[in-house]
Design a protein around this ligand. Structure first.
Ligand SMILES: Nc1nc2c(ncn2[C@@H]2O[C@H](COP(=O)(O)OP(=O)(O)OP(=O)(O)O)[C@@H](O)[C@H]2O)c(=O)[nH]1
Length: 224
């Protein structure tokens, strides 16, 4: 995937000023091919990617946004949907997560039926209802091929206490805008700041919304 070309490491001692801003780590999860890469690329780069390949392990994309005068880095972890590309990375995805975005493809009922398994995987990694979660139905531009209607998806979202957004990474004109979806999550995280300053017992949940683990380790940064 071409996005890997956009990744740059931070050299020790050369931290750009924005590295001190707060980071929201949001993981994007769902079956292979639902459009996780396209959605994250759309938000961070502002356009639909020319071409994508199956994500191997994880890709990171970041965007700096401003909420109420504070600059915040939204770090999207685009995870691999294919099991064979996930195995070695799973433990890393789930550390220090602030929010989860579950994605299905509205033209692929199987991707919708997989959602309980993705939710369960998150739960097993201490990401339950206390962490902001949203549900995104992607590829709404392909209305002629629709397999998952809004009513069914809304029932599922309600039963898991998640807001539902239906969008298209390719052409969001008539749907929820990709940018607005991720901004909604960021606003929610910012408004929950006091709640997130302490670790839950056992330390399994999200850390304070300050320096990320990757930042502490001088890890990856992507400026797309
Ligand atoms: N028509 C349409 N096609 C889309 C949309 N989003 C993604 N696609 C296409 O769906 C295919 C898969 O998209 P990806 O973003 O690579 O899917 P993914 O979920 O990241 O897949 P993995 O990396 O294997 O987990 C690509 O051919 C995209 O061009 C959309 O909103 N509309």
């Amino acid at each position: 995937m071409e996005s890997s070309l956009e990744l740059t490491t931070s050299l020790p001692g050369t931290y750009p000023p924005l590295l001190r801003s707060r980071i929201f780590k949001i993981i994007v999860i769902g079956d292979s091919g639902v459009g996780k890469t396209c959605l994250t690329y759309r938000f961070c780069a502002g356009k639909f990617p020319d071409k994508t390949e199956a994500t191997i392990g994880v890709d990171f994309r970041e965007k700096v946004i401003e909420i109420n005068g504070e600059k915040i880095k939204v770090q999207l972890w685009d995870t691999a949907g294919q099991e064979r590309f996930r195995k070695s990375m799973v433990q890393h995805y789930y550390r220090n997560v602030h929010a989860v975005v579950f994605v299905y493809d509205v033209t692929n009922a199987a991707s919708f039926r997989s959602l309980p398994a993705w939710i369960e995987e998150c739960r097993q990694h201490s990401l339950g209802q206390e962490v902001p979660r949203i549900l995104v139905g992607n590829k709404c531009d392909l209305q002629h091929a629709l397999q998952v209607g809004t009513e069914l998806a809304q029932k599922f979202a309600d039963s898991h206490s998640m807001p539902l957004f239906e969008t298209s990474a390719k052409n969001p004109d008539d749907n929820d805008h990709v940018e607005a979806i991720f901004m909604t999550v960021a606003h929610k995280l910012k408004s929950q700041k006091p709640l997130m300053l302490s670790q839950p017992p056992g330390g399994g949940g999200a850390p304070p919304l300050g320096k990320s683990e990757e930042e502490e380790e001088g890890g990856w940064s992507c400026n797309c």
